[in-house]
Design a protein around this ligand. Structure first.
Ligand code: BG6
Length: 291
């Protein structure tokens, strides 16, 4: 069977041997294996029982990235990163199943969000999340429909945790010579003139309006394929690694695990999308392994 529906998660299997796992909780993709290797990072300390957002894989951020800076804004009282990663999603079944791809869908409407979160953002909406697996790609596609009687604002982001063999060898290309907001130093705008981003300390950056739709994550290791990330209608990119002190401070993250992960997160977070009544917004990413 190319798709196994279990109590807590769905497993997609492609004839090439690639596979993916998606929890109903958060519709969080927690595993993507291809060519015999795990490509996503999932913390060994992550909660998987629905009591806390899953620490790893691809949590979904919506309708607020981080916390809103304006305390009077309509998303201001939501928890960090919003409601999607804290809600149990509806299984909308298999949409494609053939020799080249396996595709499944999950749905979330306002009335499926836990009541305590829903009251903090009482908008009517419907999200369809489509996950498609091929031999060497994973495609995450979101559609958000406004079913309210008023327009609403939102951020959306795919908080993707890549598994890396050694963070000191990783370089990220496609974001050089761009200004970013540095959340670590609280500097409003910084320009990195290096050819690529390397990580040897805490990194938490928001690159806004990135012109290229492709980002390369080079693992710098001959036994591991690199990644190409193709962004679809997601103009911003967040790069995050908690490094030593922040790693120690997280109960759901191993002290040394910062060496085995990097988050490269395409999203629309520097500005809110204003979605009119009855309209639908779409965005997503395609992850591909690349020698
Ligand atoms: C990143 C943010 O996207 O997510 C960081 O830029 C944040 O500031 C990180 O620390 C993890 O967030 P959380 O809520 O999953 O601990």
């Amino acid at each position: 069977m190319p798709v196994k529906v279990l109590e807590e998660k769905v497993i997609l299997e492609h004839p090439s041997g690639s596979s993916a796992e998606v929890y109903f909780y958060g519709a969080t993709v927690t595993s993507w294996k291809c060519k015999g290797k795990e490509r996503l990072f999932l913390s060994k300390n992550s909660f998987l029982n629905g009591t806390k957002a899953i620490r790893g894989g691809i949590p979904l951020v919506f309708p607020q990235f981080g916390k809103a800076s304006d305390p009077s804004f309509e998303t201001a009282t939501l928890p960090q990163h919003g409601i999607c990663r804290l809600s149990k999603w509806e299984w909308l079944k298999i949409s494609v199943d053939n020799d080249s791809e396996v595709s499944v869908r999950f749905g979330l409407a306002d009335n499926q969000v836990p009541e305590n979160l829903r009251k903090e953002w009482p908008k009517k909406f419907r999200i369809i999340y489509t996950i498609t697996l091929t031999e060497d790609t994973l495609n995450n596609h979101l559609t958000v429909k406004n079913e309210d009687i008023k327009s609403f604002y939102f951020n959306a982001l795919l908080h993707t945790y890549y598994s890396v063999p050694d963070i000191s060898k990783v370089s990220i290309k496609g974001l050089s010579n761009l200004s970013y907001i540095d959340k670590v130093t609280k500097n409003a705008q910084v320009i990195d003139t290096n050819d690529s981003i390397t990580i040897d300390q805490e990194v938490d950056r928001i690159y806004a309006n990135v012109s290229s739709d492709e980002i390369y994550i080079d693992l710098g290791h001959e036994d591991f394929d690199n990644f190409i990330l193709k962004k679809i209608n997601l103009k911003d990119t967040v790069v995050w690694n908690p490094w030593i002190d922040k790693a120690h401070g997280m109960s759901d993250f191993g002290d040394d695990e910062y060496k085995q992960m990097v988050c490269v997160e395409p999203g629309t977070v520097s500005e809110y999308v204003n979605l009119n009544v009855g309209e639908t917004w779409e965005g997503g990413q395609i992850l591909k392994i690349n020698k």
